[in-house]
Structures are given as C-alpha cells and as structure tokens.
Design a protein around this ligand. Structure first.
Ligand code: GDP
Ligand code: MG
Length: 698
C-alpha cells in the first residue's frame, strides 16, 4: 500500500479490499471511519452522502489508467508495474472527493466517492482467473451504483469470448440478485476506448445494444423473472474516449466531460439515481460489503435485501446500545442529579423533567444515526430502545418515585380522615380519598406513559402495586375506626347498664330477672339502633365493611354488654349484700304496714306472726337471687356466638363461660346466707319483744 502521506479529506489512497487469497480486508472499517469522521455529513440520506463506482473489462484495457485520471486515484497501472516488475491481484478500493471535470478549479465534491478497481492476473492461467473475475463482478454489482464497462472500439461486434462472457455473467448475477424484486437498478456505463471517431458513437452503441438485447433474450431466466426486460434492471449509457496517446488533448477533454457527469447533481446528465443506491449509510456499508464478499466467496446464495436487513439490524442495535449508554449509564451528570432528586418527593416535577430530557436525548441520538437504515428495522429497534429505557428508569427511578408518591398520598389521606367531612360517613369519606388517590396516581402514570418513560406492562405493575398498598392502608384505617367505634359504644353501654340495672339489683323483686333482662336487651338494642338501616335489620357501622364484618362488630358489642352485666351481677350480689337485701326486705315487712306506717305490736303473738310472715317474705327472694331465671322458670344463657367464645375471648373475666352466668349462689352459700340472715332477724325479733315488755312495764 502507498505510504500514508495523503490528504485523507480528499482520499486518493487505495486499500486492497480483497487480496490474492480472496480474503476480505480488515482495513475497511478504519479506512471508512477515518473518512467518515472528516468527511461524511452523517445527517444526510445515504444516497446523497456517498457513491460507489466499479469498473469491469478485460486485462490491460486501460481501466486503472482511466480511473486514476478521472478520479485522482492511485491504482496500479501496467506502466507502474513495468517499473516495479510486480502486480498485486485483488479488488482495490479508493476514496475520492476530487473528480476531473470541465470546470477549471476542481473543488471537492459534496459526496464521497468510492471507486473499486479489479486487478486480475496476467498471463495464461485463465481458468483460475475466471473464477476470481466472476466473483469480482458479482461483488461489484452487489455494492455499486455504476458499473463502468471498459471496451476497446475494435472489440465491439466481435463477440470476443471473455468480454462478452463476463457481461453475460453480469446479467445473470443481476437477475438473480435483483430480478425478483426489481426495485434496484444499476447503470452500465460503456466506455469505448480509443474511439478515434471514424465510426460514430451512435452506431457503436446501436451495435452494442443489439448484442446486449440478444444476449438478454438467450439468457436462462430464473422462475418469476421470465418477463423481465433488460431495462427493468439496467440503465445503459455510452461514452467514447479518444486515443490516449494519439489524441492526447482530446482524450483529456473527453475524460473531463465524463467526470462532469459524476459530479453535479443539478445537471441534467448527472449519472447517479436514488434507485441505484443500496441505501445503507456509510457506517453500515463496510459490514454490508464484507457480508456480500463472504457469501460470494463461499458460493452461497447472495440475498442482498436480507443482507441489508442484517446490516441494519446489527448497526441499529449497536446504535441503540451506544445511545443508551451515553444517555444513562455513562452520563455522570444525569446519574448524580437522579440521586439527589429521587429522595425528595417535592422535587417530583424536576425529576420527571430530568428523566424526560435524558430519554429524549437518547432517542434523538438513536434517531439521527439509525433512521438512515431500513425503516422497519429502525422502528423495531426504536421500540426496543424505548423498552430498554423504560426498564432502566423503572428500576432506577420510577418505582422509587411512585412509592414515595404513594406514601405522600397516604399521609395526606390519614390527615384528611382525622376530621370527618360534613355529611359523610367514615366509609364515604374513605371512598372519596381512595378515588382521589387513584386519580392522582393515574395522572402520574399517564405522565410516564405520555412521555414514553415507561411501557404499558410496567404501568400495569405500578398500578397493581398501588392497589396492593392501598388495600393494606384502607384496612388499617378501617380497623382503627372499628376499634374507635367499638370502644365508644362499649363505654356507653357499660355506663348505661350500670345506671339502669344496679337499682334493680339493689331493690330485688320476684320478677327481678325479667326486669333486668328486658332492661339489658333494651340497652343493647339502643346501642345498636344508630347503626340499623331503615328498611332492614342489617347493621352498618359506616366503615365500609362487609355485612359479615358489621355483624361481627355487633356481636362484639353484645359480648361486651354480657360481660359488663355478668361482672356487675356477680360483683354486686355477694353473700353479704344478699344478707343485707334479705334483711331490708324482712325489716320492711316486719316493721312497716302496707301503708308504710311503723307497726306497733301489742303482744308477743302478734310479733311472732309478723315475724313469720316477714321472714317468709324475705326468704322468697333468696332462691330468686341465687340463679338468673326468667319468671317462666328458664335459666338465662348469654347469647354469645360460638365463634367469639371459641376465640377464647378474654376480657375482665378471663375466659368467658356462658354457663356460669346464671349461677350466682350455690347451696352452701345459700345455707350460709340463710344462717346469717336468721341470726340477724332473731336479734331483731328479740329487740321487738323487749320493746313490748319495756312498754307494758310503764
Ligand atoms: P488495466 O489492466 O485495464 O488496468 O490497464 P492499465 O491501466 O494498467 O493499462 C494497460 C496499458 O494500456 C498501459 O500500458 C497503458 O499505458 C495503456 N493505456 C492506458 N490507457 C490507454 C488508452 O486510452 N489507449 C491506449 N491505446 N492505451 C492505453
Ligand atoms: Mg488495472
């Protein structure tokens, strides 16, 4: 290779793209990168940014000489070879921006030109060389827009074996590559050398066209391509060049005229058309060219559209990763700001903005570089990139942000629930709060979605997370409210039970238990009345609980009523108290007449009668008090649902045994009480008798 002393912005230096051993060069990518970094405007569409031209023709037909003059390249020519006694076989590539034109100053072109020159071997070993030339032709067609077919004037019409054979190859190759789709064309530019001008160019081209059309007719066309015309796949142009040695000045002018046709898009005779281009950006072309060569070299079916898609896949994927890393992984500013903002929910909007900017930057970078590739592939990978961004942001920001947001919403809800809004029950107010939390959260998620920060299935999982937490929170608030209501009702109930039932115990009658129980049931009913719905007996504590849960609360209220009643009865009706009650009852009967006037006894017998009656009257109540039974002689059993008892309900009494409720005194206690009572009233009667004696003594 020539020493590296060229101006790379203009090109000229050539590299051996495919060597004698048919190996593809590793130099291509660096070569293109060097050019791309200084020359190629990456923003323009591929077909405007660079062009590829190859040459084709028999050995020593002056191809390299022409290319060097036309494009300012430095391909090996025979004249140079003679000096160096050496030739290097292969496919050569040279970049140029300087084309020899009729314009006096050769200003660099807007687009980059890549020129391919094929160097076959000289000499007799044609067989081996034909394989190489065939492959080179295939390759040239696969990657170029213009194929220069270099011919001597006197070759025309001769059907000279080698040359026409190769053209036939070109036809076949192009048919198999592009025939099925025929959306791609190539320009065959016939350059007729040593055209001294005796035969006009028009008759030379007519002769060529008729040979080509004949050849096309005789071609074995693959299935599906039978009806294709030559012109469906090829555009043809013909140019004559004067004899380089005999008409030197004319030759130079002819070359300049030819160069002009490659250089000015605004001119009518401009050769390049969009349909000739393979529509890959330059950064993908290297891979595309290598893939094409590998397939040709290994005699695989060369499927160019698939190759283009493969290159597009690879390249857009590479761009995807680079854009992603640049905007998220390697951007220290982004990452440090993210760390600061994520911790403070009040900075939510700034965080949101940060994520949006980073995501937009990333997508923009991807769009600029990747949109030049196959549209479908570009869009596919764009969606991939959005997914990748989405999952990165989800893990690194969105989850935390939304959890912080949820916590803030919950704190607000707790504050709101502390004060009952006017006209609303607890559960109505709670429902309102839940609705507004859902709405606020949806808004946040919609913001994420609208800015394409997350994809739809991540939205679903964020939503599910809220549902989960909200359920827990609502239950927590409901439980708290339930406890509050329960303890308030219990306290009131306890108070009213004491207030209403103690007096009944303190003044026992024979229907004491009827009175106590009916008072008790009334109080329970009273406690529950505010929670009864108007048209049915169903209870609703306004907490938003299920019917069952509401019933459970009612049961717990009843249970606590029973507990209060039990404790009160058993605490109050002690042996001493009952002795006292019996005595009160005795004294009332013994000392007072029915109209409450004190009785004055006249004799002992009268005292004995009163005494007996009063004692019986008092004793009546002892068996009544000893067991809680209604007047129809049924023992009262607390109505407490089993499931509450099974839970070993413990309160003031420890484990509650419903069957102990009714049993206040056992036989022994009754005996003790009677004995005590008898002793006391015996003293009373003694006093009474004494008082008579004393009074009669007067
Ligand atoms: P290539 O093998 O096709 O690349 O041919 P070269 O460019 O190496 O040239 C082969 C020989 O043809 C050289 O000796 C050149 O001087 C000569 N040559 C180049 N151009 C012309 C031309 O236009 N007319 C004639 N007669 N000879 C030429
Ligand atoms: Mg050559």
């Amino acid at each position: 290779m020539a020493p590296d002393n060229h101006d790379h912005t203009l090109g000229h230096e050539s590299i051996q793209l495919v060597n004698e051993s048919k190996e593809f060069s590793t130099e291509l990518l660096p070569y293109l990168q060097k050019i791309a970094s200084s020359n190629v405007d990456n923003l323009v569409q591929p077909h405007e940014s660079y062009h590829v031209i190859s040459v084709f023709g028999s050995q020593s037909s002056g191809k390299s000489t022409l290319l060097n003059i036309l494009f300012n390249t430095t391909f090996d020519t025979m004249d140079a070879k003679v000096k160096r006694q050496q030739t290097t076989k292969g496919i050569w590539l040279s970049h140029t921006k300087q084309v020899n034109t009729t314009k006096s100053a050769n200003t660099p072109l807007a687009s980059d030109m890549f020129i391919l020159d094929v160097e076959g071997s000289d000499g007799a070993e044609r067989g081996e060389d034909q394989d190489f030339e065939r492959k080179a032709a295939l390759f040239a067609i696969s990657v170029s827009e213009v194929l220069i077919v270099n011919l001597w004037e006197q070759q025309i019409g001769l059907y000279q074996g080698n040359n026409m054979g190769l053209l036939k190859t070109v036809f076949e190759v192009n048919l198999s590559l592009f025939g099925k789709r025929h959306e791609h064309k190539i320009l065959l530019l016939f350059v007729i050398r040593d055209h001294v001008g005796v035969t006009p160019l028009s008759s030379l081209s007519d002769s060529l066209i008729s040979s080509l059309e004949n050849m096309w007719k005789e071609l074995n066309k693959p299935q599906g391509c039978e009806d294709l015309a030559l012109y469906d796949l090829f555009d043809l142009k013909f140019v004559g060049l004067s004899h380089k040695l005999l008409q030197e000045e004319k030759f130079v002018n002819d070359v300049k005229a030819l160069g002009t046709c490659f250089s000015f898009p605004e001119k009518e005779e401009y050769y390049f058309k969009k349909e000739y281009h393979h529509l890959l950006p330059l950064d993908g072309w290297s891979m595309y060219a290598e893939n094409c060569w590998e397939q040709i070299e290994h005699n695989k079916d060369l499927d160019l559209p698939t190759q283009q898609i493969l290159v597009a896949r690879f390249k857009t994927n590479e761009i995807l990763n680079e854009s992603f890393d640049a905007s998220f992984i390697n951007d220290d500013t982004f990452n440090s700001e993210l760390k600061i903002l994520i911790d403070d929910i009040d900075l939510k909007d700034s965080l949101f903005e940060l994520l949006k900017v980073a995501k937009n930057k990333c997508i923009e970078q991807y769009d600029i570089l990747a949109s030049r590739y196959n549209k479908m592939v570009y869009m596919e990978n764009r969606a991939e990139l959005l997914k990748k961004i989405s999952s990165f942001l989800y893990d690194n920001a969105v989850v935390e942000l939304s959890e912080n947001f949820i916590n803030k919403l919950f704190t607000d809800m707790e504050d709101k629930m502390k004060v009952r809004a006017q006209g609303l029950s607890f559960s109505e107010q709670l429902d309102d709060c839940v609705d507004s939390i859902n709405a606020d959260y949806d808004l946040l998620l919609d913001n994420f979605m609208d800015s394409e920060l997350i994809v739809i299935d991540l939205k679903e999982s964020l939503k599910a997370r809220l549902d989960d937490l909200l359920l827990g929170k609502v239950n927590e608030l409901r439980t708290k409210e339930t406890d509050l209501i329960l303890s308030r009702i219990r306290k009131n109930l306890k108070f009213s039970i004491k207030e209403q039932i103690l007096p009944l115990l303190a003044n026992p009658t024979l229907q004491i238990w009827d009175d106590v129980m009916s008072a008790f049931y009334d109080l329970i009913d009273e406690a529950l009345v505010p929670f009864k719905s108007q048209d049915s007996d169903d209870l609703d504590f306004g907490i938003g609980l299920s019917d069952n849960e509401d019933k459970n609360i009612a049961d717990r209220i009843k249970l606590s009523g029973w507990l209060t009643l039990t404790v009160m009865i058993h605490d109050y009706l002690t042996e001493d108290t009952i002795v006292g009650l019996l005595r009160d009852r005795f004294e009332n009967k013994f000392r007072f007449a029915d109209d409450d006037t004190p009785i004055l006894w006249k004799n002992e017998q009268q005292i004995d009668t009163s005494f007996r009656l009063a004692k019986e009257h008092a004793m009546e109540i002892l068996s009544v008090l000893s067991i809680v039974k209604t007047s129809d002689n049924v023992e009262v059993v607390p109505e407490i649902p089993n499931y509450l008892l099974e839970n070993e309900y413990t309160d003031e009494l420890g484990i509650y045994h419903i069957d102990r409720f009714a049993h206040i005194l056992n036989e022994l206690q009754k005996e003790k009480i009677s004995k005590q009572f008898r002793r006391q009233i015996n003293l009373t009667v003694l006093d009474a008798k004494r008082s008579i004696i004393t009074s009669t003594n007067h």
